[in-house]
Design a protein around this ligand. Structure first.
Ligand SMILES: [Zn+2]
Ligand SMILES: [Zn+2]
Length: 165
């Protein structure tokens, strides 16, 4: 899935956010997992995706792919910055960190949740509880902390299950 797919899905889900405001999505790998800048709100969650090693071509799934969003609404312009945490191969030594590949379904669910968070945090709407679950991937073995960028930065949802929104 390319960046364009994320943007297209975000626009489809977020189009009805507010008539007067326009929202855009940007990728930013330097986003802080802890403190958004002044005036920005944060939403952080783990999602399901696959990785592929560029060295040995091995692929692996993970249900703990951390995704962080920072969002701000300012004078009719809404901005969402996204960071997707990477993982690296446990078989190769000094394997590079790889980008996650998300299914369209899981991007859609992520974008739906994001739009809900924007309504709550940027428009102060109270939305009650409605949960939609990710399509979990069958993962063999435990989460590989040593190979997860989010774990290395202390922001992985190791203790959160996929059900906690
Ligand atoms: Zn490898
Ligand atoms: Zn982790």
């Amino acid at each position: 899935m390319t960046t364009q797919d994320w943007m297209r899905i975000f626009e489809a889900k977020g189009g009805k956010l507010n008539r007067r405001d326009s929202w855009r999505l940007q990728f930013d790998d330097s986003l802080s997992p802890d403190k958004p800048n002044m005036g920005w709100k944060m939403y952080k969650r783990s999602a399901c995706a696959r990785f592929s090693c560029s060295t040995c071509k091995r692929t692996w799934p993970s249900n703990r792919v951390m995704v962080i969003f920072h969002m701000r609404l300012s004078r009719g312009q809404g901005t969402v910055k996204v960071r997707r945490f990477r993982q690296n191969c446990k078989e190769c030594s000094e394997a590079p960190m790889e980008e996650a590949t998300f299914s369209t379904d899981n991007i859609s669910i992520l974008m739906e949740k994001l739009v809900e968070k924007i309504r709550e945090k940027c428009y102060h709407q109270n939305l009650g509880k409605k949960n939609r679950f990710f399509r979990n991937i069958d993962v063999e073995g435990p989460h590989e902390e040593a190979h997860c960028e989010a774990c290395q930065q202390g922001t992985c949802s190791m203790n959160q299950t996929i059900r906690h929104f």
